[in-house]
Structures are given as structure tokens and as C-alpha cells.
Design a protein around this ligand. Structure first.
Ligand code: SF4
Length: 455
């Protein structure tokens, strides 16, 4: 089996790459503790199966003696030999590849490969944009040394790690091709990585400013092109299970109305993620659009509690995908506990006609984007809102523009809403009459495809 382990200690000696957040972290841990953790990890896994290959990720350089002293390297090689591991893959910057350190890594029974982040083999990119602090010739020299000493070579190629590349795909492709030709001639294996916004990196800031976006799968594969089938090439499209993350010092409570709060950059990056990267849960093939609530996460609100109490006990519920639609956009249930969806307050009572108009326009576009990308997944959509709600107008507009009105059922009708309104009950969607209607419509829809009666 192949094992991966994140071996974090100290700090990357460079720590300045434009796209990298890991290299800026300082991890204080004693060598003894590091050894104890790695030892336990390997032992636990070895009980399950033979370890053929061990990949160590070190956010910096295993060959940098300040980060990993000589004793540790000797201990590591000894341990791998004892556990009869066949191949060890470690990471390093090129300037730390030298004969003295490599000698410590040498072993008769263990194949050792050194992986380096070549990124894009172009000095202008490396120095001016990626800010790697090394040139192409530094990699070539390091690889010559590795080969001379009998080591394997693995290279990471990083696509789209700077806005300049995102905005100029043709140039990007040219440099990528040049990189791959060089990497192919020098390495045993090549990993093509799609850049994602690491927290604490400059790329993250560019992403929030709207100057850069990660490539989606289609764009990424398009760029990879002919290298897709190459025997040396591995792809890393969605590294570290990418999710828009906001460090605590960047989090703010978004209270207010108007365009500033409607198209806030934090909402925009999330909407882009939800549209281009997110995949709805396989079994949830019916969408139920719901309003947001003042209390966050929404499940703590009176409305969501009442809705969930009413419908969650039925077997059809597992096919139902709850999706909030509100000022931050379209928010699938899985994300309602994520920042910023727990930290905003759209003050409805401050809305003017102009703001309402903007809200409908922006929300309609967001719903449309969502449907355009995910419609194949859903059999039908339900919307549970007041009949006069701006959000419902926006949803209706989106479906109308796409010619999909038949796939949408608005649950709450004028008549039922009129009765509730006369009673002065708020919020209307938590009223028993409205909830009964919701349940009955859902039951009727699901009974069409399921012979069971949902009583
Ligand atoms: S990419 Fe590598 S060299 Fe650059 S800062 Fe990150 S860990 Fe350091």
C-alpha cells in the first residue's frame, strides 16, 4: 500500500512563494515527538498491510538541515528499512540538494525519490510572479546531483498559480508545454497541480479581490491536454479538498443591505465555488429552496425547525436537497454552518424599491448559474416562500429565462397565504397550514415515483 504523511516541523526557509500558505507556517515540535508520531502512524498502518511506498509532505525541505537535522534523516531511513518499505518520497527545494545531505538518505534496500516544486519552468514566472527565488537552472543542477547519487526525481508542476496566467491562457499554455517537455526529459514522475487559494497566501488575496479564480475541471483538463495519458503524469485537480476558507483575522460580520452586502467578495467566491466545483449529494435528486433566517445556522431558527419537524421523518426526505436562497446567494444545506453563512444579517426593513430590484436581479442570476451547472442532477425543484417574496420572484425569473418553469413548484399559494396573513402569523412559512401544504405537495410528488403512501 501507499501511505501519505504530513511531516510538519519548523518552517520553510524561503516561505515567500506567491501561491503558498503552508510555507509561511511555523510548526514547533521536538524531533523526538515528530519521530514518535511518525513511528506510531507507520506501525498502526503496517498492522493492516505492507507499506510499499511512503510519501512525506514537509511544507519546506526535508533536505534543509535547519528544518530536519541529520539525526532525523538517519532515523527515518533506518525506520523505513526496518519496516521494509520499498520507496520513500521526500520533498525539497533545489538549493538543499547536495551530496552531504543525500548521503544521509542513501540506502541499499530503500529507493528514495526527491520531489521538487518546479512549478513552471520559466525564469520570469519563477522569479517575478511565483516568487520562488530560484531559476530553472537551479532545478537542472539539483536533478543532475540527484541522478549522480542514484536518487529518483519527481517534479510538481503548478498551473494557474498567479492572476497573470489566469488572464492570459495562451501564454499560460505555452509556458506549461515548455515546462512539461523539460519535466518529461528530467523526471521519473510529474504531478500537475491545479492551484487553489491557500489561506495566508497572496494568491488568496487576489482571489478575494476577484483578480483570479481556480481552474474548474474542464479548464484544468483542457490545459493538461495531451499529457493526460502520459505514463509519467499524475493529476492533482482538487488538492486538500478545496473549500473557500477564511482565516479568523479576515472574518467580519456582514450586516447591512444594498449592493455592497449583496455582491460582497466573500459571497462571490463562495458562489463561484458552489457553481463550478461543488457537486450535490448523489441521492438528493429533488431540490427544496428555502428562505434564510435571522438565527444562524438556519436550523436554529423557528422556520427551519418547523419545516424540518414537519418533513424530516418521511422516507422521501433523504432524496430532498435543502438549499437556502438569500442575500449571500444559493447555499446548499452542507454549507449552512460555514462562514460567512453564519455571520450575516440582511436588514430587510431597510430595503428600498431599488435595493429590492437589485436583490431580485442578482439572486435570479445566481439561481440561474446554479441550475445551469447542476440541472442534470435534479428531477424537480420546490420553492417554499411567501408568494410575494422577492426571492421567489428571483427563482421564478431564473426558471423562466431557462425555459424550465415546468420543473419548478412554488408551494405556498395566494389563498393559503391570505388566510395566514389575516391571522397576523409570522413567519408565514412556519404556519401549520403552510407546513401542511408543503408536506402534502411533497408527498404527492414522491408518491408519483414511489408506490408507498407517505402517511
Ligand atoms: S511552495 Fe515550497 S518553497 Fe515555496 S513557500 Fe511553499 S513550502 Fe516554501
Amino acid at each position: 500500500m501507499e501511505l501519505k504523511y504530513i511531516l510538519e516541523r519548523g518552517r520553510c526557509s524561503w516561505g515567500k512563494c506567491y501561491f503558498c500558505g503552508w510555507g509561511k507556517r511555523q510548526v514547533d515540535i521536538d524531533i523526538e515527538e515528530l519521530e514518535r508520531r511518525l513511528f506510531n502512524f507507520l506501525l498502526k498502518n503496517r498492522r493492516k498491510a505492507t507499506i510499499n511506498r511512503l510519501k512525506l509532505f514537509s511544507s519546506g525541505s526535508l533536505l534543509d538541515e535547519k528544518q530536519f537535522p541529520d539525526d532525523f534523516i538517519e532515523w527515518l531511513v533506518g525506520l523505513c528499512e526496518k519496516l521494509e518499505i520499498e520507496e520513500l518520497i521526500v520533498e525539497s527545494r533545489p538549493e538543499y540538494v547536495n551530496e552531504r545531505r543525500l548521503k544521509l538518505l542513501k540506502s541499499k534496500n530503500l529507493r528514495v525519490t526527491v520531489a521538487m516544486g518546479l512549478e513552471l519552468a520559466d525564469d520570469e514566472i519563477l522569479l517575478k510572479y511565483y516568487n520562488k527565488g530560484v531559476r530553472v537552472k537551479d532545478y537542472v543542477r539539483a536533478i543532475e546531483t540527484l541522478r549522480r547519487e542514484g536518487f529518483g526525481v519527481r517534479l510538481y508542476v503548478l498551473l494557474n498559480g498567479h492572476p497573470i496566467l489566469y488572464s492570459n491562457p495562451r501564454w499560460h499554455r505555452k509556458i506549461f508545454e515548455k515546462t512539461m517537455n523539460l519535466a518529461y526529459s528530467l523526471a521519473d514522475s510529474i504531478v500537475i497541480i491545479n492551484a487553489y487559494p491557500h489561506v495566508n497566501s497572496e494568491l488568496w488575496e487576489a482571489w478575494i479581490r476577484g483578480e483570479w479564480k481556480p481552474l474548474d475541471k474542464r479548464q484544468f483538463l483542457n490545459m493538461v491536454g495531451r499529457w493526460l495519458e502520459n505514463e509519467k503524469v499524475e493529476l492533482d485537480f482538487k488538492n486538500y479538498n478545496f473549500l473557500p476558507k477564511f482565516p479568523s483575522n479576515k472574518r467580519i460580520f456582514l450586516r447591512g443591505v444594498g449592493l455592497k452586502y449583496l455582491v460582497h467578495p466573500y459571497y462571490e467566491v463562495w458562489q463561484d465555488y458552489i457553481v463550478r466545483f461543488y457537486e450535490p449529494p448523489v441521492e438528493k435528486i429533488y431540490a427544496l429552496f428555502l428562505p434564510c433566517a435571522y438565527r444562524k445556522p438556519y436550523t436554529r431558527s423557528k422556520t427551519w425547525k418547523a419545516i424540518l419537524n414537519k418533513i424530516s421523518g418521511y422516507s422521501f426526505f433523504k432524496k430532498l436537497h435543502l438549499i437556502a436562497v438569500s442575500s449571500p446567494g444559493v447555499i446548499p444545506y452542507e454549507f449552512i454552518r460555514q462562514y460567512p453563512f453564519t455571520s450575516y444579517d440582511w436588514q430587510e426593513w431597510l430595503e428600498t424599491d431599488k435595493i429590492k430590484e437589485e436583490y431580485i436581479k442578482v439572486t435570479s442570476k445566481r439561481v440561474r448559474n446554479y441550475i445551469e451547472h447542476h440541472d442534470e442532477h435534479y428531477k424537480h425543484y420546490f420553492a417554499y416562500f411567501r408568494p410575494n417574496a422577492e426571492t421567489l420572484k428571483a427563482i421564478r425569473n431564473a426558471f423562466k429565462e431557462m425555459g424550465l418553469t415546468e420543473k419548478l413548484t412554488a408551494i405556498l399559494d395566494e389563498k393559503t397565504y391570505g388566510i395566514i396573513e389575516r391571522e397576523g402569523f409570522k413567519p408565514a412559512v412556519a404556519h401549520p397550514k403552510a407546513l401542511n401544504r408543503l408536506l402534502n405537495i411533497l408527498k404527492a410528488e414522491f408518491e408519483k415515483t414511489d408506490t408507498r403512501k407517505f402517511d
